[in-house]
Design a protein around this ligand. Structure first.
Ligand SMILES: [Cu+2]
Length: 274
């Protein structure tokens, strides 16, 4: 095989390559339209956009809907601009950051919800998004590193099959572990619901110095109930139901969400212990 520098013209079909007839002839510019990484990237972005839209509409979750719109805009740009051009590369990099963000929060959400035996829906939602966004992240890396898309077609196929297999295997593992046995609210629990990056109540009055909070998160993305003075830090992925019990001296304490930006967005309140 003849090595090519990034500046050399794309190889021609049959130019000393074994099996060159397996690939369509390259187009002007770099890479092949419709081959490998670009296709995997496009379909991963479409999958994440659709999943975020479904979850966003089902949960009436503005942050998920905003992410769906961002991915949809990315899809439109990818299909409109010239591949390998500056706008294309910039879009690929931005989508890479978005994929990484979604993958990180959804992989951790899947793990947490499976270990806490939450309802099936709240394992399926983050797992599907984790698989699709990880495939997208691999496609972004492949598109940026393997610019001539040499290994792309076969690896992209493996990544696609791998993502589907991972989804099935993880769901199987979660089934063995058991779902639908989430925490339920106790009679004396103080209930707090989180929806659209807001607590249902920002002023909580405890009945005694031993406090049990029962918190649910309706949003796609993680939230926490954190009280620095008491060492309380309850983290909640999508659809989760969690309890925490602590004892506190009489006083007024501030609770907030420690996910970056959420406290500034208004996720804080006070809890008064008698
Ligand atoms: Cu939050």
């Amino acid at each position: 095989m003849v090595p090519h520098s990034d500046l050399s013209p794309p190889p021609l079909a049959g130019e000393g390559r074994v099996g060159a007839n397996l690939f369509p002839p390259p187009l002007a510019g770099e890479g092949r339209v419709g081959a490998g990484w670009s296709t995997l990237l496009l379909w991963s972005a479409i999958a994440v956009a659709i999943l975020q839209a479904i979850v966003g509409i089902a949960h009436v979750d503005r942050e998920a809907i905003a992410f769906a719109v961002l991915f949809a805009v990315g899809v439109v740009i990818l299909t409109r601009v010239r591949q390998g051009g500056r706008a294309y590369t910039a879009t690929v990099i931005i989508l890479g950051l978005l994929f990484a963000d979604v993958a990180f929060w959804m992989i951790t959400a899947t793990w947490s919800n499976a270990r806490n035996h939450e309802q099936l829906l709240y394992i399926v939602e983050p797992l599907a998004l984790a698989c699709a966004s990880t495939a997208g992240l691999i496609a972004v890396a492949g598109r940026l590193v393997d610019r001539r898309q040499r290994a792309a077609q076969s690896v992209a196929a493996v990544v696609t099959i791998g993502a589907i297999a991972t989804f099935v295997l993880c769901l199987g593992a979660a089934a063995i572990d058991g779902w639908g046995k989430e925490q339920t609210q106790g009679p004396n629990d103080l209930s707090v619901k989180i929806h659209n990056t807001a607590y249902s109540s920002t002023k909580i009055n405890a009945a005694s110095r031993q406090v049990t909070l029962y918190v649910t998160n309706d949003d796609l993305f993680w939230h926490t109930v954190t009280i620095d003075q008491l060492g309380v830090d309850l983290a909640l992925p999508v659809g989760s139901h969690r309890r925490i019990t602590f004892t506190a001296p009489s006083g007024t304490y501030t609770f907030y969400c420690r996910i970056p930006g959420h406290r500034q967005a208004g996720m804080q309140g006070t809890i008064i212990v008698p």
